[in-house]
Design a binder for this molecule. Structure first.
Ligand code: GCU
Length: 431
């Protein structure tokens, strides 16, 4: 399949600076330069579809080294593994190994929403070689005939920011607890989801990797590596892989709840966590499926397009998200042995919904649609249907089959009730 675009590919505006990432401590100059670079990148991004790229995408169903095409479902697992290793080596790095031990305890539990739902605070402890690492989970579980399906999603500003409920403890991360209680409650309609019969399990993404250039030392990687190996330059250990690891640890807790159906646990993520949700289910086959909300570049959007955010921007501005091998490819995305349709295909045959928003052109909704279309080949190989149409749907219209879904809604980069309603529609028809 070719992309619907025929315009010549134009290179992205190049990032101007490449100051070394400081080993530790003095971040001032680094941050000053980064702010300048970011401003430059933002003002030079292309938003003209006429200038968007038409580079051919690397074939999904062919070996990236030899070009040998595959034709049967039995050949997919080995090729899938190869694609995943390439994504790991170039973009996201490896996930940490399993810890020697893990356990969780309920810290608080109470009824909410007029007794229709249980709110449960859980502390998860991971242990390895005498070190331990903790995460605090906020869970909502509808009181329904059990078992119920569940949505697992990391959050950006701490559990306390997801709800106005004063009983939810403040996040221990100073950067997060500075945000006021309930500040992102608009993104978490627990009531809507519980009324629909879904449990929801969330946790601050900082609990697995604080999202800044010095975050590695405090991340979950510290269970497995000494501090000297966790500097800003140790780019094998990325935030996206640490968060993906977090998603899977949360999935295990949700699956252990007697109220939850372990076969019906869905990964949901917005933006950088939408990128992460896709990387998560590419690794862990126990997820039922994923919803990737406005994930954009490095998520569901094609890297070879010259539109909105570029991989070069991510690799520079968010250097802790990508591996140290990424830069030459980020500067020349046409040399990548994969593109983001490959990441989407790693989920197959499990269902994936990709969403975008009209005013979020930075995340290149059309580039996401193209990736979904191209990922269909893997679904078809495995005997599943792709999208029902190759035309971009009108704004607000959810295009879906039981295996793939896509829509672009009106509005900004956010998680809205409309997104949750579409998520529920998609999951229901996919189950
Ligand atoms: C920035 C970044 C995106 C990311 C987004 C987010 O805009 O450039 O790649 O998806 O933040 O996570 O909100």
């Amino acid at each position: 399949m070719t992309t619907p675009f025929t315009n010549p590919f134009l290179p992205w505006p190049k990032v101007r600076h490449y100051e070394a990432i400081p080993a530790d401590g003095n971040l001032e100059e680094y941050q000053r330069n980064l702010a300048k670079d970011t401003a430059y990148i933002l003002t030079h991004a292309n938003y003209d579809e006429a200038k968007a790229g038409a580079l051919p995408l690397p074939p999904l169903l062919a070996d990236p080294d030899t070009g040998r095409a595959i034709h049967s479902p039995g050949e997919w697992p080995a090729l899938r593994q190869k694609h995943r290793e390439n994504l790991e080596r170039i973009l996201y790095g490896k996930l940490p190994p399993l810890p020697q031990a893990s356990h969780w305890e309920i810290l608080q539990e109470k009824e909410v929403f007029q007794g229709t739902c249980l709110m449960r605070i859980v502390r998860l402890t991971l242990e390895n070689q005498g070190r331990s690492h903790q995460a605090t989970l906020l869970c909502h579980i509808p009181r329904r005939p059990y078992p119920v399906p569940a949505i697992v999603a990391l959050n950006f500003q701490g559990n306390h920011a997801c709800t106005p409920d004063g009983d939810v403890p403040l996040s221990p991360w100073a950067q997060l607890s500075a945000h006021s209680r309930g500040a992102q409650a608009n993104r978490w309609d627990f009531r809507l989801l519980c009324d629909a019969g879904f449990a929801v399990v969330t946790c601050a993404y900082y609990d697995f990797y604080p999202d800044h250039v010095l975050g590695r030392a405090q991340s979950v990687f510290r269970l497995f590596h000494p501090q000297e190996e966790l500097t800003p330059r140790d780019r094998d250990y990325t935030a996206i892989s640490a968060w993906a690891y977090g998603y899977s640890r949360l999935r295990e807790v949700a699956a252990a709840f007697p109220e939850v159906d372990p076969a019906q646990i869905w990964a949901h993520g917005h933006s950088r966590l939408g990128k992460t949700a896709l990387w998560t289910i590419a690794h862990d086959d126990q997820w039922a499926g994923a919803v990737s909300n406005c994930s954009g570049c490095g998520g569901a959007a094609i890297s070879r397009r010259n539109y909105g955010e570029s991989l070069e921007c991510i690799d520079h501005v968010f250097s802790w998200w990508t591996t140290g091998n990424c830069r030459p490819y980020a500067e020349h995305p046409e040399t990548l042995p994969f593109d983001q349709h490959t990441l989407l295909a790693l989920a197959a045959p499990r269902p994936v919904l990709v969403t975008g928003a009209r005013e979020d052109q930075w995340a290149d909704p059309m580039g996401q649609f193209i990736a979904v279309l191209h990922a269909q080949e893997a679904y078809r190989l495995l005997g599943r249907s792709g999208l029902p149409s190759t035309e971009h749907p009108p704004l607000g219209e959810l295009l879906m089959s039981p295996s793939q879904g896509y829509y672009e809604r009106y509005g900004i980069h956010d998680v809205t009730d409309e997104d949750w309603r579409n998520t529920l529609r998609f999951i229901r028809q996919s189950r």
